[in-house]
Structure formats: C-alpha cells, structure tokens
Design a protein around this ligand. Structure first.
Ligand SMILES: NC(=O)c1ccc[n+]([C@@H]2O[C@H](COP(=O)([O-])OP(=O)(O)OC[C@H]3O[C@@H](n4cnc5c(N)ncnc54)[C@H](OP(=O)(O)O)[C@@H]3O)[C@@H](O)[C@H]2O)c1
Length: 344
C-alpha cells in the first residue's frame, strides 16, 4: 500500500507545520511524535526515531516517565540540538506517572524527568491519569493494585497545586491533564489557580469523544489526541474482540485512494483539520514524513470531514482496566459514563 503523498519532500520545513498558540504564547505544533514503544520497539529504536523525526522537521515530542525511555530520548535530543535546532524551537511534553501523585513527589518526579531528558524545562507537563493507582509495566488487564483508589478530587488538587508550583519555579511552561472526563475537568477548572492548557485524550475516527472534545475547546484547552491511527500495534492486553479498525473503514480507505496516501495518514489529516493535536507514533521515516506532511494544510473536503464525523463507533481502545479500584467493576467506571464522577 502507498505510504506517502505523491510529492512527498525529503524533509518538511517546521514553519510549514500548523501551530496552536497556548495562553502563554508558546507555539504547539499541530502534530506530535509519540514515544510509547509499546511491547515492540526498544528505547534505542524510539530514541533514534526522535533524532530522525527532528531531522525530518518534527518539533513536538510526546514523552512520559512510564515509557521508560526518557534517558535514551534525552541523548537523542542532545544530538538533535547539536545539529543546530535550538531548545526554544522544540516543544517537549512529559507526564507525571501515577505512583508520583503525592504532593511531596511531584517536583522531584519532574526534576528526574528533566534530568533524563537533559532539559532545563518542559513545554508541557501532564498528569498522566487521574488515579494514583500503580501497576507494574506489562501486566495483564486483570491485574489490580491492592491499594487502588477511586478519583479523589482533594487528592488530585494537591497534585495539581504542585504542578502549579512547577510553573511558578520555571521548570515547566504549561500544565495539563490526561484521561479526564467532563465531570472531573469541571471540578479541576473550578479549583485550579493555573488552568490546564491541554487535555490529552484518546481520539481517532472510531472514537471521537465529541462532547469532551467540545468541552475541552470551549475551555481554551488543546485537545491532544493519542492513538490517532487506532493504535494498530497496541499490546495484546489492550485488545478486545469488539474493537474496530479505523484504517479499514471504507470512508477512510476511500479518502486514502483519492489522496494516494495510506489510510493511517487520513486519520492524521482528519485529526489536524478537526483542530485536535494528534500524537502519532512511528519509527519509520516515510511514515513520519507523511504524518508530518498531513499537519501542513487542510486536505479533506467538507464532505469528507462530515463523512468521517459520521463513522464514530465509540470504540475506546485504552480502557484502563488496570486502574479499577473495586472487584467486579467494569472499565466504564473509570470514564464517568453516567455523567457524574463515579462514586467510590
Ligand atoms: N496519555 C495517555 O494515556 C496515552 C495513552 C496511549 C498513547 N499515548 C501517546 O500517544 C502515542 C500514539 O499512540 P499509539 O502509539 O498507541 O498509536 P497510533 O499513533 O495510533 O499508532 C501507531 C502505529 O501506527 C502505524 N503508523 C504510523 N504512521 C503510519 C503511516 N503513515 N502509515 C502506516 N502506518 C502508520 C505504525 O505501525 P508500524 O509500527 O507497524 O509501522 C505505528 O506503530 C503514543 O506513542 C504515546 O506517546 C498516550
């Protein structure tokens, strides 16, 4: 299958990539490179992809402590900066892992991330999940943290206030959330001194989350979308027989044929044109280039945008089972599907 646009250049000028302006004036490129190697790609392979991505024109890299590859990515970023890309031209995100929510842990955890990434500040720091529930990497979905707890707003705000301190002491430029819901975000927005500028959430054609997407944008936050292609390489533990495949959807493949691109690229094109910031993973230069090209313009017609809007299958891929806090709960409890924060 064709992997690229017919006239794909060998590099893309970062200035040609669309940007979102954050409230502090920081420019956030409209596509980020994901760095979660899942069970397939080693830290070294992901770090090499980061170096290659910067060479190709990427300036936005999405990291996290739990991906266990920040040391290697730090070395890649150093190498990239030696080629003449200034720190200020890069937009680097990282995330606070669930086992570091305690107020006294937040600042040290961020400092450790900065040390690993060899940076003096982050452009964006997110609370990875709204639960302090920890699980060992790679565990089965039936695995539970025996100390797992439900969402506790007071505890979350204690963590959030330390995130605010990170902004105040200059280690972080912007702070945000991830894997939230409207009821939880409403409470955070009421009580935050420094507002979140971004919510990183699962977003792809078969999982469009229109209500949360609209809510986030109405509150001046960027909707960053993870698994924008439908995470075709996600680990077995994150698969269920009901899952659908975005890149096989006839609406997506028809647009791919018209534009002569891979269906994965159509997912990115739709995401960028909808106004979300896809965080797409790839370690393959031609894929990375095609995905970045997709962030340089509006390629879908209004009719195509409407057709993609109509294929939402409400198919959440990352269900989060391992964060459940009670026996016999289903994963929906994590996502406040009743319209209020799920009671303990
Ligand atoms: N906040 C959170 O809780 C959270 C959760 C999950 C993910 N994330 C972030 O989101 C990122 C992306 O999610 P993801 O990696 O699960 O899924 P994804 O970006 O939807 O899918 C990545 C896969 O799509 C394929 N692909 C990429 N570009 C392609 C192209 N142009 N043509 C054909 N195939 C292409 C690649 O497969 P091959 O490798 O087989 O080529 C790649 O491994 C992660 O890396 C991470 O940074 C955040």
């Amino acid at each position: 299958m064709q992997q690229h646009f017919p006239d794909l250049p060998s590099q893309i000028n970062p200035n040609a990539v669309k940007k979102h302006i954050l409230p502090d004036g920081t420019e956030m490129p409209a596509l980020g490179l994901g760095t979660y190697g899942s069970d397939h790609y080693s830290p070294e392979t992901v770090a090499n992809a980061v170096l290659e991505a910067v060479r190709l024109g990427y300036r936005h890299i999405d990291c996290a402590a739990v991906y266990a590859n920040q040391n290697q990515i730090g070395m890649a970023l150093q190498q990239a900066m030696k080629t003449g890309v200034a720190r200020e031209q890069l937009f680097i995100t990282s995330k606070l892992w669930n086992d570091q929510h305690a107020a006294e842990n937040v600042i040290p955890a961020c400092k450790k991330t900065l040390e690993e990434l060899q940076l003096s500040y982050l452009d964006l720091f997110l609370i990875h999940w709204p639960f302090p529930n920890f699980h060992a990497p790679g565990v089965d979905v039936s695995s539970r943290d025996p100390h797992a707890q439900p969402y506790n707003h007071q505890s979350y705000m204690q963590t959030w206030h330390q995130m605010e301190r990170l902004v105040e002491i200059g280690l972080v430029r912007n702070i945000g959330t991830s894997n939230m819901t409207i009821p939880k975000l409403k409470r955070v927005l009421e009580d935050a001194k420094i507002q979140p500028v971004c919510e990183q959430m699962e977003l792809h054609p078969h999982f469009q989350q229109p209500e949360l997407f609209q809510f986030v944008r109405e509150h001046n936050m960027i909707a960053a979308g993870y698994c924008p292609i439908g995470s075709p390489n996600r680990p077995e533990r994150d698969r269920t027989p009901q899952d659908t495949v975005d890149t096989s959807d006839p609406v997506i493949t028809a647009i791919a044929s018209r534009l002569k691109v891979h269906p994965a690229v159509v997912c990115i094109l739709w995401a960028v044109q909808r106004g979300q910031v896809p965080i797409a993973f790839s370690v393959k230069p031609q894929q990375m280039l095609a995905n970045l090209m997709a962030a340089t313009g509006s390629f879908l017609t209004n009719e195509e945008m409407q057709a993609v809007a109509a294929i939402d299958k409400h198919n959440r891929l990352i269900k989060g089972h391992v964060f459940l806090w009670k026996e016999n709960q289903t994963w929906e409890a994590l996502w406040d599907v009743e319209g209020q924060i799920t009671p303990p």
